[in-house]
Write a protein of this length. Structure first.
Length: 206
């Protein structure tokens, strides 16, 4: 059974954040809170951890994985961002948006969409997620925790421990969260396209 950490949703305890990052650095898979429900995360180079996440979510090569980033400078290291895309990113981060962009060579091929060579990028506003990224000192590979057959992200840590507690290394309990996934905005064309409406406000892109 996985380890369970109770971390304060507004003032994350540095000691527990450090211990959570230790799990990531050892190749672990963690469940952690974001501003749009719970997510699965691991380090970019951990192929085995990524394969475990794919088994939990039953994902194929067409899935757009997300790099959870601290800020816009990290996004620009891993994606091709022109001036218009940068303005949209600046106006709408941090928040409940995932942006689909063309990936750079910094992104491992296994994280890209097989056909389009794209990657999802996001800057969260959840204090626990941001504390994890700051302590990790690099983006984290992430995907919303939507279990097979469900339409919404998991929101209750106790339910998560019951359903996948044996398949992950750590569950961070940051309280019960909303279940709506992020709004996904595709920025790979001339004009932004709302690929999925979620918890983000889509009005800035209309």
């Amino acid at each position: 059974m996985s380890q369970l950490f109770h971390i304060h949703p507004d003032n994350p305890q540095p000691r527990l954040i450090s211990q959570a990052v230790d799990y990531l650095n050892k190749g672990g898979v963690i469940v952690y809170p974001t501003d749009s429900g719970y997510a699965l995360g691991c380090r970019l180079e951990e192929k085995n951890a990524l394969e475990r996440i794919c088994r939990i979510r039953q994902l194929d090569g067409n899935h757009n994985f997300t790099l959870m980033c601290r800020d816009l400078s990290e996004i620009s290291n891993y994606s091709q961002v022109d001036n218009s895309a940068f303005r949209l990113l600046k106006n709408n981060t941090p928040g409940s948006y995932t942006f689909i962009l063309k990936a750079t060579k910094e992104v491992p091929r296994r994280l890209m969409n097989d056909k389009r060579k794209t990657i999802g990028l996001r800057v969260p506003s959840n204090p626990i997620a941001l504390a994890l990224l700051e302590a990790l000192n690099e983006p984290m590979m992430s995907t919303s925790l939507i279990l097979p057959g469900n339409d919404f992200t998991e929101s209750d840590p106790e339910d998560i421990q019951h359903s996948i507690g044996k398949q992950v290394d750590l569950i961070i309990d940051g309280g019960t969260l909303g279940q709506q996934p992020t709004t996904v905005v595709d920025l790979t064309s001339d004009a932004p396209v709302i690929a999925r409406e979620g918890s983000g406000d889509t009005r800035p892109f209309l």
